[in-house]
Design a protein around this ligand. Structure first.
Ligand code: MIG
Length: 793
């Protein structure tokens, strides 16, 4: 089957009889023998299991759903004339021979008349899209935020290697990540459909047939989870409950990362650290791409280029720069090479149907692939990887080529469990199990600390083990533009910790593109500059002073806002709310349905980057300065423009012109933004003093600031506290109260208020854990994006 092709609904077979026995409904017809069962899983979440008798193995291979929800409470089916009824807690399901109907107080969804079909081992679920006016999720995708009228092939692929001709386009499909999750919207009510089947599947939201939503699986057992809203936030949170949330990363991983394919010598890394220092640009990690290895052999270093990697990495760490190395799954097939030999001894590698080691061809030449689905292999891998990380003082793991990429060697020959399990059962989950095994390595290395892993490929649930980057993009404006909806949908699909290659990976970037990409990307959950070998270098200083100043401004803004970002990650871990959100996450109205050229970070920051270059869109010249112009949708209420230092009234589309060093960035009225005001020393950041930027024009502000050690996993055992912050103003006085509670020693963080209020505010009453200080508000000047404007502290 080619990409983009679907199975015509008329090529499916449909049932004509239905029987009910206990919790099982059976649909039978020519070419159809389908068992359907229903279970209440979690609150607001029910599962319909579709077992097609023509699939020779009905085992559910997916690891997406957390173990605690896998069983569920079976719901007994009742027959009512021709229709089977499941009265589940999370909704009422009606099933006839060819039709499915779900009813909840807040959402009704039904298939079309011929809505459930089978075709050998394929399954079709065909929902009527009546009243549906938006569709989101779909994992990592190109194109726009709203997937109505779009389709997705859920098959993980090394995109550029397989489809060279697509690489600079912005409409290719598939991608590196497969998450068959769709969020449907009708009016202001949402419902999630998670088609849990790790095999290849197609989601088609009215592209091939308008008014119809097709789910087509190409094999295996499908569990359809209905994930209740009614709000988008509730759907997203419930999906995160079901499949897991990203654990907290170490603080350094939220900083700026510098990567490039082609960094090759120890001296280059030392030079980079010096250049960052000279340019006064903070950087939290330097990355080693494949060139560090000895002939691309895993867990080795080229000892000519890197005589003492551990010493190098320790030196970097001493100045606050962490080291991350790329780790590919492919092991060089070379008798005598210890990793190969020991893996072979353990029967750790994937095999063909007849039990030969499956061989692919990737960077090291002939390559074998660990079968990460086996616990024994994960154990072996974790040991090897942990030893490597320890010996070379590496802090983070970058998992690439795990789609899996096998070169010219046909991937389907790669089977699992010693050749017993066909490839497609685990194809989309290859990276997932690799990430699981690699996280295990980090756990061994440091059972107390927080690992940082980044993966290219992923499926539903992989967020439990690793962050995701969106793969090989290109240095062009279309790809910059596309990065926003792509990361937004990925965020709605559970992968909260994600981001693109900033600056663009392939082709040569330009000064302007590099600047705008840093501005657009500096508040994404993951922020890394990366480029392909032989392309134009794109470190922040590569294009001279003016671009450097602008890029530095964006990067420094991120560091200033790091405490806020950290809180967003903590909030994600607690509630499942993504870090990066489309506006429709918080605002109701048709104007937000397709809005994807601006985004929110948490619920307070609105980022509306410039996404076009000179000569490509509206621009003006003001006082001799060239500016790019765009429209910004500001939701109702007041917004503080952090770029210009002034309040703007929302509820309107504003036109905004931004010079090269300007990023349109707004904070909503009623927000508290924790801010780091100390010295910028790469990843070294002391958060024992935090400024609280209080945006209180008309609205009271509320915030829960989580207090924890920012380093260990003790938070998972509840070792954190919460500082409940409230700010209310009356007349000339602003009253700020902080009350700490929970399992963290009180008064360990010193909070300093910084007020953005109405002009008539004169006095601040500041109470921390019952102690009150009253003082008058004075004006001071502050740096933000390298601009100066007054605030009151
Ligand atoms: O075939 O390691 O997406 O980030 O620089 C290319 C080299 C392999 C693909 C990754 C890219 C990385 C590159 N890798």
């Amino acid at each position: 089957m080619f990409f983009g092709q679907k199975i015509h609904p008329l090529n499916f077979d449909y049932a004509d009889t239905l029987t009910v026995a206990g919790d099982t409904v059976e649909l039978i017809g020519r070419g159809v023998q389908l068992r359907v069962r229903c279970a209440d899983v979690a609150e607001g979440c029910l599962r319909l299991r579709f077992e097609n008798a023509q699939v020779d193995d009905s085992h559910q291979y997916s690891d997406a759903v957390l173990p605690e929800w896998r069983e569920g409470r079976p719901v007994i089916a009742r027959l009512d004339t021709e229709t089977a009824l499941f009265a589940a807690e999370a909704g009422r399901v009606e099933l006839s021979t060819t039709q499915l109907r779900l009813e909840r107080a807040d959402f009704t969804l039904a298939t079309v008349t011929a809505g459930i079909g089978c075709r050998s081992e394929n399954l079709l679920l065909n929902f009527a899209l009546s009243d549906i006016d938006g569709c989101y999720g779909f994992g990592e995708r190109t194109k726009r935020l709203n997937k109505l009228g779009d389709s997705a092939d859920c098959l993980t692929v090394d995109v550029v290697a397989m489809f060279r001709h697509t690489y600079s386009r912005d409409d290719y499909d598939p991608t590196y990540v497969a998450i068959p999750f769709a969020i449907l919207k009708t009016g202001e009510r949402f419902l999630g459909l998670f088609f849990d089947n790790p095999g290849r599947a197609i989601l088609d939201a009215g592209k091939s047939q308008s008014g119809e939503f097709w789910y087509q699986s190409l094999g295996g057992t499908t569990d359809l989870y209905l994930v209740a809203g009614p709000s988008l936030a509730e759907v997203t949170r419930r999906y995160a409950t079901l499949t897991g949330r990203a654990p907290l990363p170490p603080l350094w991983a939220l900083g700026y990362h510098q990567c490039r394919w082609g960094y090759q010598y120890e001296a280059e890394f030392r030079e980079l650290a010096a250049q960052f220092a000279a340019a006064e640009v903070p950087v939290s990690a330097l990355w080693y791409d494949i060139d560090y290895m000895d002939g691309c052999r895993l867990f080795t270093w080229d000892r000519v280029d890197f005589p003492d990697p551990a010493a190098l990495n320790r030196d970097l760490k001493a100045v606050g720069i962490r080291a991350v190395t790329i780790i590919d799954p492919g092991v060089k097939r070379e008798p005598g090479y210890a990793v190969y030999d020991s893996g072979r001894e353990q029967a750790a590698f994937c095999q063909t149907a007849s039990g030969r080691e499956y061989v692919g061809k990737v960077w090291p030449g002939d390559t074998v692939f660990p079968d990460f689905t086996l616990e024994t292999t994960r154990d072996w891998w974790a040991g090897r990887l942990a030893d490597f990380l320890r010996a070379s003082a590496v802090d983070g793991v970058w998992l690439d080529m795990n789609d899996p990429a096998t070169g010219y060697s046909r991937t389907e020959e790669m089977r699992f469990n010693h050749g017993a399990i066909p490839h497609d059962r685990y194809h989309n989950q290859y990276a997932h199990f690799m990430a699981m095994a690699s996280r295990q390595a980090c756990d061994r290395l440091d059972p107390e600390g927080r690992p940082f892993l980044l993966t290219r490929s992923a499926c539903a649930g992989t967020q439990r083990y690793s962050a995701v980057w969106t793969g090989d993009n290109a240095s062009n404006w279309k790809h910059l533009r596309m990065a926003l909806p792509c990361s937004l949908n990925l965020s709605l699909s559970g992968a909260a910790f994600n981001g693109p290659d900033v600056g663009g990976f392939m082709d040569d970037t330009s000064a302007e593109l590099l600047v705008r990409w840093h501005q657009a990307g500096c508040l994404f959950p993951f922020f890394r500059n990366h480029s392909i070998r032989h392309s134009r270098s794109q470190e922040p200083w590569q294009f001279g002073l003016e671009p450097l100043v602008a890029i530095r401004g964006a990067i420094r803004s991120r560091y200033r806002l790091l405490p806020y970002l950290y809180q967003c990650f903590f909030a994600h871990w607690r509630s499942g709310d993504p870090v990066m959100r489309p506006l429709l996450y918080h605002y109701a109205g048709p104007e937000y349905v397709n809005l994807d050229d601006q985004y929110l970070v948490g619920d307070a920051l609105l980022v509306a980057p410039i996404l076009h270059g000179e000569g490509q869109g509206p621009e003006i010249v003001r006082a001799g300065v060239k500016m790019q112009e765009r429209a910004i949708r500001l939701p109702p209420g007041f917004w503080f423009d952090l770029n210009r230092g002034e309040w703007v009234e929302g509820g309107q589309l504003v036109s905004y012109a931004a010079a090269l060093d300007e990023l349109p960035l707004f904070v909503r009225d009623g927000a508290v933004v924790p801010y780091y005001a100390g010295p910028l020393h790469n990843s070294i950041m002391d958060l024992s003093t935090v400024e609280l930027h209080l945006f209180c024009r008309e609205k009271p502000a509320r915030f829960e600031y989580v207090l924890d050690d920012q380093e260990t996993r003790r938070y998972q055992a509840g070792a954190y506290g919460i500082a409940h912050i409230s700010a209310d103003s009356a007349g000339e006085r602003l009253q700020v109260e902080i009350a700490e509670s929970g399992a963290y020693p009180p008064d360990t963080v010193r909070f300093i208020p910084v007020v953005y209020g109405r002009p008539e505010l004169r006095e601040l009453e500041f109470t921390v854990n019952g102690r009150t200080v009253i003082r008058s508000l004075q004006t001071e000047r502050r740096e933000w994006l390298c601009r100066q404007w007054p605030v009151r502290a």
